[in-house]
Design a protein around this ligand. Structure first.
Ligand code: AMP
Length: 228
């Protein structure tokens, strides 16, 4: 199974991807996560990408495209993958299509989680990271962290929480959402490119999901779309 998942920052895309990884035993290829791992490890790639990411800008295509295409050719991707956070502009979408066509590797499903921009912004400002991967958000009652101020702990495992630098900076959030909602040169522009490509191919599904419900509701809509 090969899945491409789109959704604005804060739409729950990461959480729903984790559901799909578990259900179909897929490699989770998350572009933002790969960058963050490299930043954490102090690699040359991480050092180059950090300033772009902190500002909410895209890392240049000359770095991002080869990084993702290389990642998809690793052995753990042979059994299927979900690609999350890439493509984010039409040039990245074209590069992905070219690579999939060269390898004769069709996509099975393209998912687009849809959510209003204002809701995304509220959720991004409220998002906190748990070291054990549990989703936490001050703006979502069922996964609201415990504590207050800087002393927040995970609602599920009590671990201390941190905030991503690009999530506490309202300007960086606006920039990331501008990039996502740009239907021409941004991520929605890349959704268009992928939708047209998928429409020409047999067997691939294109599923739009309303991201406004609970995590379970969104998951159910998503899986219902798979089985249409
Ligand atoms: P995310 O975790 O998906 O919000 O990504 C965090 C940051 O990583 C983004 O704001 C960008 O700076 C960078 N990034 C992630 N994916 C891409 C991509 N496909 N192209 C360029 N930059 C990206």
């Amino acid at each position: 199974m090969r899945i491409l998942i789109f959704g604005p920052n804060g739409s729950g895309k990461g959480t729903q991807s984790a559901n799909l990884v578990k259900k179909y035993d897929l490699a989770h290829v998350e572009s933002g996560g790969i960058f963050r791992e490299n930043i954490g490890g102090g690699t040359p790639l991480g050092k180059e990408a950090k300033a772009y990411i902190d500002r909410g800008d895209l890392v240049p295509d000359s770095i991002t495209i080869p990084m993702i295409l290389d990642r998809l050719s690793r052995p753990d991707c042979q059994g299927g993958w979900i690609l999350d956070g890439f493509p984010r502009n039409p040039a990245q979408a074209e590069a992905l299509i070219e690579s999939l066509e060269a390898k004769n590797m069709p996509l099975d499903v393209v998912i687009v989680i849809e959510l209003a921009r204002e809701v995304c912004k509220e959720r991004l400002l409220g998002r906190r990271s748990c070291p054990n991967g549990h989703p936490n958000n001050l703006a979502i009652e069922v996964i609201k962290p415990k504590g207050s101020g800087d002393q927040l702990t995970c609602w599920k495992c009590d671990a201390d929480l941190t905030a991503r630098k690009d999530d506490v900076d309202a300007e960086a959030i606006d920039k990331r959402l501008d990039i996502y909602f740009d239907g021409e040169n941004g991520t929605l522009g890349s959704v268009d490119v992928m939708e047209k490509w998928v429409a020409q191919r047999d067997g691939a599904r294109f599923v739009r999901v309303n991201g406004a419900g609970s995590i379970e509701e969104v998951r159910e809509h998503m899986f219902a779309g798979f089985n249409q």
